[in-house]
Design a protein around this ligand. Sequence first.
Ligand code: SAM
Length: 218
Amino acid sequence: MAHKFVDNYRERGARKKLVEILGDRGIQDKNVLKAIAKVPRHYFFDETFWIQAYKDIAFPIGDGQTISQPYTVAYQTELLHIKRGDKVLEIGTGSGYQTCILLELGAQVYTIERKENLFNRTIQVLPHMGYHPEFFCGDGSKGILEHAPYDKILVTAGAPFVPEILLKQLKIGGVLVIPVGDENAQKMVTVLRVSETDYEKFELDTFRFVPLVGDQAW
Ligand code: SAM
């Protein structure tokens, strides 16, 4: 992706419209909407496709993967209730767009991607944009034990079940957001760790993600 990193009134205007669309679709968290308004999503697209960047659609990023639909990014982020300084594990870096949204909200982000090509791209693009998460390449379905526990864990690919190993890496009071289902459709699931041994699980709307592939996944 050869970028000129141009962000002028045209792109900012398109972002503003996108924020309106997300508000109309039910996203209410003002900080999440502010972050969407700030992060230049077109930087994650080849220049030929910039026109697609502010439509509320997922888009191919190579290697059979996608940059998530803005609504999905906003929806998952809203569920996390990010507080400044939260330590967040993101599983499935993909383009890195969601990572930037989490960083804009003041989170300290650990992000892991299993596809080497995508990892190699994000470690270049994000710092160039001024975003500095901790990057990892590997199977995130097992979490990253060395850096646990986390305030929040976000999975951005569809899992067949909630990996127990991820629950164990949450702080007490911590939240996991993960889409769970089959290859065609997944329910958004949130799990709150209420104590050392107890968890509360909630099932929400249906989405369609690319699969989470790994030891504790497909
Ligand atoms: N939020 C990202 C974005 O906006 O670009 C979404 C990326 S995509 C929907 C999901 C990503 O999860 C893909 O890049 C895929 O390679 C990655 N993935 C799948 N299984 C994984 C695993 N076990 N560990 C880490 N990443 C994984």
